[in-house]
Design a protein around this ligand. Sequence first.
Ligand code: FPP
Length: 249
Amino acid sequence: MSSSPSFSDSAELDPQLLPAHVAIIMDGNGRWAKKRLLNRIQGHEKGAETVRTIVRTCREIGISHLTLYAFSTENWQRSRVEVEALMLLLKRFLVDERSELMENQIRLDAIGQIERLPEDVRKQLQSTMQLTAENREMTLHLALSYGGRAEIVRMVRAIADKLTAGGIRDEDISEETVSRHLYTAGIPDPDLLIRTSGEMRISNFLLWQIAYAEIFVTDTLWPDFSREEFLDILQAFQKRDRRFGKVKE
Ligand code: FPP
């Protein structure tokens, strides 16, 4: 994906070819702040505004699932000040967005080691998840203290427990079994994975689930990522020839 967007309109999208699930690695908040001689926290604050814009856009055009990589298992190693600021931003988002999530029929979900989050954040997360549980138009999945390898270890343990208890036999373990024991059980795999800020890495995100996702990397830093560029990527996605390993007839 080039870094020079050409500004599409949502009317140009084919509703039949929309991705059911878009996953985004939101990268570049720190660099965005540095370029403006601001601190990293201000970059995250601006990044949270972009989150609002992209959630609204997904709802507007009819994308059913959006997963945002908001905090990785590795992010705990950042400075205490930055971790606390990110937790505060998250808590604020969870409270402030309630009315908009309800108005737009968006369900909030979280994947990751939720038990590691501070208690006050967990409380607000549970409240927002409960409040929005019956919303059916779209689901926003926040990946929080999420790591793909940790998710796979958790899945292996869950299946091993069932094997030991005699609940399943080893010959019954299939790709489906694996999928059903991940955080994302019941959610379609992402069709489209976007990463901002130009890095060509997966960074431990949805390792199993992105097997056939179309990947778009843009040089734009997350705080600068716009509705227009998102629509551009969706248009480009619709032009990709998705073969899932097969040969086109
Ligand atoms: C990566 O940028 C971004 C993060 C580690 C956190 C993402 C958080 C937000 C977008 C805001 C809060 C989220 C919600 C859902 C309200 P980076 O800091 O690694 O950037 P850099 O690579 O330029 O330093």
